[in-house]
Structure formats: structure tokens, C-alpha cells
Design a binder for this molecule. Structure first.
Ligand code: PMP
Length: 304
């Protein structure tokens, strides 16, 4: 990742990609207190457009507030930095990674004398779970790792350190031959994937876990709105793993994962064992929206 051409926005300036460096005593590197976002820009007929930029930036500020970090830039500056990162790298479509981290002025856990830095990188990143996954669906397994307890790490914060848990879950799943993990909360109810929210469909109704320990996903919110437009009911509630087993359809949502069908959970086929019709409908609505083919939702696009 580090050895490539292009520019990265770092603390107010565009710097050459290879020179966007930080010191080994950077506080966040040691203890994981930092906040970040994952954002996508899509190619549209009117050039690249960033999807729900303001909502992502708002979540970034909320994550920082939860951790007690004061960000040194306004939302406007960080939005402009993201637009510039796509534009200045000449990208038609992109994954964007804004991240705010603590500096290297001191090492104690008080962390009361540290500068807060911000960076934005943008690069091309295709389907997170593979093109075949988007079309045919993926195989997932219940993780032996639980999703964070709400009073251990802060689940509403998209915080750097929270992702150790996601990585262990995903690595366990892939080592066992699956594409993704399904994490249960500490009470045993379905929470989410390692980097995705989960939905199931049963008798034409969508169900998704409430947001107790799952991240308040922007794709989740988008899909709920699109489902309502399609005349579908969406129920947010506690879901058990066996409810997932007997669902007609299941899918993940996330900025990186977009809308990815789940065709198998713990070696049990979901529905017909392929992408279901409601999943396909919502997926196609989602791609129309993000790629600027749905005039009703142009308000979600920030053209670069
Ligand atoms: N859950 C987790 C743990 C995530 O990391 C993500 C990705 N940000 C999501 C859900 C989906 O959120 P979004 O749709 O905002 O990308």
C-alpha cells in the first residue's frame, strides 16, 4: 500500500504517497485510540461522486466525541480533503480512508498533551468480497469471537482499536475456508459481520439486528430506506443464529462490501443457496443510487 504513486492529504496538505509517514512513537500505533471512516466514490455519468460524504464525516465526528478526541479540523475541511483526494489522484471511482490519530508527543495513557492528526487516502478498490460474491453470494461462519460488549469498547465509534476483534474473526473464518464471519454479541444474538451489517429476509419481510452492539452502518441505513421505497417492511430486532439458518435470504451491507448476498451460513444453504430475489432487487437499487442512476437520491452524492 505504501509504495505507490499519488498523493495523501495529511494535516492540511497533499503530500506524495510515499512520504505520508508518521513516527514509531505515534500514540495511536501503541494503544489504538483513533477514529476512521471507509467511504466510497463511484463513477457516474457526471464524473466521480462520493456517496453520503456528509453522513460519513458526521459519524467520524461522533466516533471522536465518543472517544473524547477533539478533531482539529471542521467537517467542511475534512469533506474538502476527501473530494481533493479523489480529484488529485485522478480516480474515477475510489475507496477513501479518512483517519484521525494521536501524535507522538508523549506515551502515557493520560494522553492529555497530544496533537490530533488527520489524513485522507483514496485509491481504487474493487468488490471487497469479490465480484463472484456479489453475484452468487458468499459462505460465512459464526465466529468464536463475540462482537464487543457495549460497555467494553464503544460500539457506536468506528475506532481503530475495535478492529482487532474484526480481524481475528475474519482471519478465523477465512482460515476455515469461509468468506466472512458472523459475530454474535456477548449474549449470543447475531450482531454483524467483521465489517458489515447483516440482514435476513423471511416471508418477504426484512429483519436486521438492532444497533445495540452493531455499527450504525450507512449502507444499512441506505438499504432500509430503499427497502421502504420498494414497499418492504424492515424490522429491527434481536436475531438468533438459527433464525438466520432458516431465512429465505440473507445479505451483508457495508461501504466496502456494498450489498453482498450470503448463500451459506455454518454449512447450511440459505434459501435456494444462491442470491435471493429481494437481495437482488435491493442490490440493483443500491448500485443505481451510488452510480447516479436514481435521480431521487442525488442528494446522497457529492460530485468531485
Ligand atoms: N459494521 C462494521 C463493524 C463495520 O466496520 C462496517 C464498515 N464501516 C459496517 C458495519 C458497515 O458500515 P457502513 O455501511 O457505514 O460502511
Amino acid at each position: 500500500m505504501a509504495d505507490r504513486d499519488g498523493v495523501i492529504w495529511l494535516d492540511g496538505q497533499m503530500v506524495p504517497w510515499r512520504e505520508a509517514k508518521t513516527h514509531v512513537l505515534t500514540h495511536t500505533l501503541h494503544y489504538g485510540m483513533g477514529v476512521f471512516e471507509g467511504v466510497r466514490a463511484y463513477k457516474t455519468e457526471r464524473g466521480p461522486a462520493i456517496f453520503r460524504l456528509q453522513d460519513h464525516t458526521r459519524r467520524l465526528f461522533n466516533s471522536a466525541k465518543i472517544l473524547g478526541m477533539t478533531l482539529p479540523y471542521t467537517a467542511e475541511v475534512l469533506n474538502d480533503a476527501q473530494i481533493a483526494s479523489v480529484r488529485d489522484n485522478g480516480l474515477e471511482s475510489a475507496y477513501l480512508r479518512p483517519m484521525c490519530f494521536l501524535g507522538s508527543e508523549g506515551m502515557g495513557l493520560r494522553a492529555d498533551n497530544l496533537l490530533v492528526h488527520a489524513m485522507v487516502a483514496a485509491w481504487h478498490w474493487g468488490s471487497y468480497l469479490g465480484d463472484e460474491g456479489i453475484e452468487k453470494g458468499i459462505r460465512i461462519r459464526t465466529s468464536s469471537f463475540s462482537r464487543h460488549h457495549v460497555n467494553v469498547t464503544m460500539c457506536k465509534a468506528k475506532a481503530n482499536g475495535n478492529y482487532m476483534n474484526s480481524m481475528m474473526a475474519l482471519q478465523e473464518a477465512t482460515r476455515c475456508g469461509y468468506d466472512e464471519a458472523m459475530l454474535l454479541d456477548t449474549e449470543g444474538y447475531v450482531a454483524e459481520g467483521s465489517g458489515e451489517n447483516i440482514f435476513i429476509v423471511r416471508d418477504g419481510v426484512l429483519f436486521t439486528p438492532d444497533l445495540t452492539s452493531a455499527l450504525d452502518g450507512i449502507t444499512r441505513r441506505t438499504v432500509i430506506e430503499l427497502a421502504h421505497e420498494e414497499g418492504l417492511d424492515v424490522i429491527e430486532k434481536r436475531i438468533t443464529r438459527d433464525e438466520v439458518y432458516i431465512a429465505d435470504e440473507a445479505f451483508f451491507t457495508g461501504t466496502a462490501a456494498e450489498v453482498t448476498p450470503i448463500r451459506e451460513v455454518d454449512d447450511r444453504p440459505i434459501g435456494s443457496g444462491t442470491r435471493g430475489p429481494i437481495t437482488e432487487r435491493l442490490q440493483s437499487r443500491y448500485f443505481d443510487v451510488v452510480q447516479g442512476r436514481d435521480s431521487r437520491h442525488e442528494g446522497w452524492l457529492t460530485f468531485v
